[in-house]
Write a protein that binds this ligand. Sequence first.
Ligand code: BV8
Ligand code: ZN
Length: 245
Amino acid sequence: MAADDADIRQARSWLTSSERVTVLTGAGISAESGVPTFRGEDGLWQGFRATDLATPQAFARDPKLVWNFYNWRRQLLASLQPNPAHTALVTLEEKIPHFSLITQNIDDLHRKAGSKNLIEMHGNIWIVRCTRCQEVTRNEEVPLPELPSCPECGGLLRPQVVWFGEQLDPDILERAFAATRSCDTMLVVGTSAVVQPAASLAIIAKEQGARVVEVNLEPTVYTHQLDLALQGKAGELLPQLVEGL
Ligand code: BV8
Ligand code: ZN
């Protein structure tokens, strides 16, 4: 059933009484901007699933194919804008004394919307890293050459994103855990809660005493353990949540 007004009022009252709010977002928050999610029916690219291509093995085996995948996403993202869900989180950040936004998305739409205290757990599609000299640079060229090379040493560039089977940046992970351990309320928006370690953050927040509210089109594996589930589109529900805060 869709989220009813009582649930929205309840979630809003938890937010207004919170000093520290942490939000965790996944692909679902960008769906209404036109960004395909990973596990939805729109999650295929030329018959491949992102999970088949977002791996170091796929890149080692066929770097051109993997770069074609990321170039396709870069070209798509270059024309897309944040949606009202992203904007609502910018408003929320302005209202809450201590606010952290942890995202699993690499689409840069939170930054584009104006979010400041942003933790990009899985990196960012507009940042590249040299596989030889490790130089990290922001590069918004669309499209990049099929096998882009490092301007410093000529080495092969790769997207600065965390692939499946790769460790997350320890500093970024620590910042995400700290924001999870210290919050009074956590919003979990548009994630299927499948990918670790991001998926564990909601339970860690719950275990330390935070109230955890899920915003998603459908229930997830964690819904029954959370305090409240607002079922519906993030682009419609988040603006209602922050209205009048
Ligand atoms: C790690 C960047 C330690 C790349 C991403 C076997 C072998 C190797 C590893 C593993 C393994 N089994 C498990 C693992 C661990 C693995 C993992 O969790 N795998 C999963 C698939 C089981 N994790 C890792 O490998 C991580 N590293 O563990 O390191 C280690 C190291 C070595 C060996 C062992 C351990 C690294 C994971 C990071 C992967 N990189 N992204 C890129 O984007 O190209 S993950 C990528 O997928 C996204 O970043 C995101 O995190 C994830 C997609 O999930 P969601 O965001 O939730 O999106 P999804 O489509 O699934 O769901 C959308 C949701 O939105 C749905 O619920 C839908 O209902 C909802 N929705 C849709 N529309 C709306 C909406 N809600 C509201 N409004 C709407 N309009
Ligand atoms: Zn280099």
